[in-house]
Design a protein around this ligand. Structure first.
Ligand SMILES: NC(=O)c1ccc[n+]([C@@H]2O[C@H](COP(=O)([O-])OP(=O)(O)OC[C@H]3O[C@@H](n4cnc5c(N)ncnc54)[C@H](OP(=O)(O)O)[C@@H]3O)[C@@H](O)[C@H]2O)c1
Length: 282
């Protein structure tokens, strides 16, 4: 089994990005800038935001963290987003999800200017994606595609099975894999017999958020398995794939942690850089 080492690939790409940003700093006289909005004190979100801030520092992106109280009103959060939309020194805006239930997540995401949508979640950017037009891709699916490419994995003609159909992972990765030539099956909680589908997969993307849902008996020998899930069990991070068992049958497998997570952060850095170029080259 070959480990899909997201931490290694992401680090290499971040260093390349740093070189590009260093050069652009001389050319455009300013660094890219990302504003991160965190609502409340969810420890998992705090840790993701910390990781994103660290990556910004590494690649040379200026970042500002807005940590709002968890009782912030929708109006206050909307005002902050509007202010950042207007601010010409801001290239990217990221609203760390999930946000408290009293806030309308979809509405707030769409309030972020589509030209500053570093996460690629805006309805218009997702619309471009589904119409195969150039756009900012959602960070996790983009990171997965980059990881596969780094290992010279060509999915064309493969049967791809995706567990999960969320707007930020399952559905867009299905689209990108389909565009890359794979034949797609998307599974979810109403799927009658999950193992029936997963056993046919040449490439399996596990993004259900259920600890060790995918076991060895559910994987076809030689399959490529990408584990997106991040679950905390007894204080430890585990994926949606039972790593030890599945590593005995898979040809490629991404670990958790150090798999898709760092690739997602790298994709976010690359998205912010893309937005920056559009702004400085205007
Ligand atoms: N590594 C990273 O960078 C990264 C980034 C984003 C997310 N994640 C992780 O990836 C996982 C998924 O994230 P998400 O935002 O897509 O989660 P989500 O919005 O909760 O979606 C989960 C999806 O999985 C499906 N599902 C849940 N349990 C299932 C089961 N037993 N069998 C089949 N399908 C099942 C759900 O089906 P229904 O639609 O029927 O409810 C839903 O479509 C989470 O663990 C999250 O933490 C990791």
């Amino acid at each position: 089994m070959i480990l899909l080492d997201g931490a290694k690939v992401a680090n290499e790409r971040n260093l390349m990005l740093k070189d590009m940003i260093d050069k652009d700093l001389v050319k455009y006289h300013r660094a890219p800038s990302l504003s991160i909005i965190l609502v409340g004190e969810n420890p998992a979100s705090q840790s993701y935001v910390k990781g994103k801030g660290k990556a910004c520092k590494l690649v040379g992106i200026n970042h500002q963290l807005y940590n709002l109280k968890d009782d912030v009103t929708e109006e206050e959060l909307s005002n902050l987003i509007e202010k950042l939309n207007q601010d010409e020194s801001v290239d990217g805006i990221l609203l760390q999800l999930p946000i408290p239930k009293h806030l309308n997540e979809a509405k707030l995401i769409d309030l972020i200017s589509k030209d500053k949508d570093a996460d690629g979640f805006h309805v218009i950017n997702q619309g471009y994606l589904y119409q195969k037009k150039p756009t900012i891709y959602p960070a996790t699916p983009k990171g997965i595609m980059t990881l596969l490419k780094a290992y010279d994995i060509d999915v064309s003609g493969m049967d791809a099975v995706i567990i999960g159909r969320s707007n930020i992972v399952g559905f867009p990765i299905a689209r990108l894999l389909m565009d890359a030539g794979a034949t797609i099956t998307v599974c979810h909680r109403q799927t009658k017999d999950l193992a029936y589908h997963t056993k046919n997969a040449d490439i399996l993307i596990a993004s259900a958020g259920r600890a060790e849902l995918v076991t060895k008996d559910m994987v076809k020998p030689g399959a490529i398995v990408v584990d997106v899930g991040v679950n905390r069990v007894d204080g430890k991070l585990v994926g949606d794939v039972h790593f030890e068992g599945v590593s005995e049958v898979a040809s490629y497998l991404s670990p958790v942690p150090r798999g898709v997570g760092p690739m997602t952060i790298n994709a976010l850095m690359e998205n912010t850089y893309e937005l920056y170029l559009k702004h400085v080259q205007k």
